[in-house]
Design a protein around this ligand. Structure first.
Ligand SMILES: [Zn+2]
Length: 264
């Protein structure tokens, strides 16, 4: 079975000590492709270094993350846009981008402007977007709906209700990223996943965060993707192979990756 971790930060310093071991385990688990969303200029050096080392497995997004929108947001936004413009062959998506009112609202209006600028860039350049949204669902849906019909992408780390999923699906061209939270005891998202068509689901770990059971409390890594797939299979009463096949196809189509299904 092949899986794609559509959202992982294996370039994070949390992996500096044992990154090659983690990546070996990840490939051995069947997760042989992954996507690195960007955060900001500070984390870029590590992102590009790990990408260069694992070129055949790694795909990248570029964008300014909402929690990195601060006093220097104009320079940071320009950095992301320059990188996208100057290295088009490197990037399969604009992201991660979005709104985060959970950690801080200090620069919330700037977050909106940064998001809208990056959505416009993605739309004009026909790139999918990787969206981060926390405690800002209404603002997010309002901003993205202005691009209805001319934008596609994923709402990553989705833990919302069925109603919110339906509103996202109604935007056209959007899928949701399901990660470790679905394995948590009494997780609301497990109930929601039952009502989300498999065609609209991408697998992701968000490593090193949001670790699935039974590793909760420890560092997350991309080799745990099969745990998430197994939980989705259990919820839907289907085989893990079906989850692997369909979610891989979903990711390949959304991000324009070469199809691997025939090799399963
Ligand atoms: Zn992320």
């Amino acid at each position: 079975m092949h899986f794609i971790d559509t959202h992982t930060h294996l370039y994070d310093e949390a992996f500096d000590e044992d990154r090659s071991d983690v990546i070996q385990r990840t490939i051995a688990s069947g997760v042989d492709r992954w996507i690195f969303p960007a955060i900001d200029s500070a984390s870029f050096r590590s992102q590009i270094a790990v990408y260069e080392q694992y070129r055949e497995h790694t795909f990248m997004g570029m964008g300014l993350h909402p929690t990195s929108v601060a006093e220097n947001w104009k320079e940071e936004l320009q950095f992301a846009l320059d990188e996208l413009n100057n290295h088009k062959d490197r990037y399969i998506a604009v992201g991660e981008i979005g709104l985060d009112a959970y950690w801080s609202r200090d620069f919330f209006s700037q977050q909106k402007e940064v998001l809208a600028t990056q959505l416009e860039y993605a739309s004009q350049n026909n790139l999918p977007v990787i969206i981060h949204e926390r405690s800002a669902t209404e603002d997010m849906l309002e901003i993205v709906s202005a691009f209805k019909g001319r934008l596609r992408g994923v709402f990553h780390a989705f833990t919302g209700s069925v109603e919110t999923y339906r509103r996202i699906a109604g935007l056209g061209g959007f899928k949701v990223g399901i990660g470790g939270v679905v394995t948590f005891k009494n997780a609301g998202i497990a109930k929601t996943v039952a009502d989300i068509p498999l065609e609209d689901i991408l697998l992701e770990t968000d490593s090193p965060y949001l670790t699935p059971a039974p590793h909760r409390g420890q560092r997350n890594e991309s080799s745990y993707i099969p745990l998430i797939a197994a939980k989705i299979a259990e919820i839907k009463g289907i085989g893990i192979k079906d989850v692997a096949l369909q979610t891989t196809k979903n990711a390949e189509e959304l991000f324009g990756l070469p199809a691997k299904n025939s090799q399963i």
